[in-house]
Ligand binder design. Structure first.
Ligand code: PLP
Length: 230
């Protein structure tokens, strides 16, 4: 069995190859470890191996691991589905929320950040496959929502995030990544003075295609930590 550190080094090499193949600078792409269902020790190992950030999915698990000091030394992100009534427990505790996928959620993030007197960095989540089961803005809703998101004084939108539909064919997600990348460029240019920084897309099985399409942040779980035991 390979160690977490070895896995991270191997992924970095693959990231670098994918970036160069796309004519991009590998340093422009951040590796976020999706550490759900992995222990505080596993998180520390990833940090020691130089992971750029850790991303959690569940508020309760994150709170428990925060108490154990799991994230000391790396930025913490929230990447999972976020319920309105849990926003309070996330705002101000993470550097970036990847999963801001509705105006109601943005309103609540703004309210909670305001109460704490801070500005919360978020990404707008795009439901690019238009799937019923997934949260996020549809491609049609995204532009007007991004326009509205500018008006919240306690939120700073840093970019977009997407989780494409599960595809069985190799490279099946590439067209979705390309679409989101176009939305990213358009919205950043039209509405945010080209100030977007993060395009969060790509996971263990498809991060190279995401990098080819322009991802600046990939979220990798099983390829770093091994298969999750549910
Ligand atoms: C679990 C998870 C990942 C990582 O998935 P892997 O296939 O294990 O790499 C990425 N993003 C989100 C939102 C996740 O929940």
């Amino acid at each position: 069995m390979t160690t977490i550190g070895e896995n991270i080094r191997a992924i970095r090499e693959r990231m670098e190859r994918a970036a160069r193949a796309a004519g991009r600078n590998p340093e422009d792409i951040l590796l976020v470890g999706a550490s759900k269902m992995n222990s505080a020790d596993a998180c520390r190992e990833a940090i020691a191996a130089g992971i750029d950030a850790l991303g959690e999915n569940r508020v309760q698990e994150m709170a428990a691991k925060l108490e154990q000091g799991a994230y000391t030394g790396a930025p913490l992100h929230f990447i999972g589905h976020l319920q309105r009534n849990k926003v309070r427990q996330v705002v101000g505790r993470v550097e970036l929320i990847h999963s801001a996928g509705s105006l109601e959620l943005l309103e609540e993030i703004d309210r909670q950040a305001g109460r704490r007197g801070l500005v919360q960095d978020v990404l707008l989540e795009v439901n690019i496959g238009g799937e019923e089961s997934k949260s996020g803005f549809s491609a049609q809703e995204l532009y007007p929502s991004a326009e509205r998101a500018r008006t919240f004084s306690h939120i700073r939108v840093r970019g977009l995030m997407t989780i494409p539909p599960v595809e069985r064919e190799p490279h099946g997600n590439l067209p979705y990544f390309v679409k989101v990348s176009q939305l990213y460029v358009d919205i950043s240019g039209d509405l945010y003075d080209n100030g977007f920084k993060y395009l969060s897309m790509g996971m263990s099985d498809d991060f190279e295609d995401a990098i080819a399409a322009g991802a600046t942040m990939i979220r990798v779980g099983s390829a770093i930590f091994g298969h999750r035991q549910y």
